[in-house]
Design a protein around this ligand. Sequence first.
Ligand code: SF4
Ligand code: SF4
Length: 160
Amino acid sequence: MLEKTGIATKEMFEKMLPSAERRKRGPYVVIECYEQIPCNPCVTSCAAHAVTMKDINDLPKCNHDVCTGCTLCVSICPGLACFVIDETVGNGKIKITLPYEMSPLPEKGNVVDALGRDGSVVGKAEVVRVNSGKKLDRTSVITVLVDDDLIYDVRSIAVR
Ligand code: SF4
Ligand code: SF4
């Protein structure tokens, strides 16, 4: 499926998740980097040294026991492949922090369309954080609150 559509399957996504125990402890990164390319900013930017690869052509591997969920790699990854998920919110909600390079930027408190992996609308998302500081170059980092059953689906947002 990935080869034909560019869309990772749910099974591929689930292999990137940490243990159930780690998922309950706080935000963690999901690195949806499935194809070997010569690239490693996720490794070099992580102050916690959570991401490793054997060589620059290898796929990144994350040690979720040391990942703090800081979201730095979300803005650094040129492939927009890093997301941070927080399942500790409760009330059937999770937070997803995602890279965003569209205009206009959303504002905190906006309710926007949550977009799935194929760009279709899969639900609503409440914007809870917007980080677009100069240090982030052109990639802003947006945190949204969504229904927890959308954990696989939501990979972007649309501001109407
Ligand atoms: S979220 Fe932070 S700690 Fe975790 S892999 Fe990314 S940069 Fe490292
Ligand atoms: S920076 Fe992004 S695209 Fe590059 S290897 Fe890491 S996860 Fe993959």
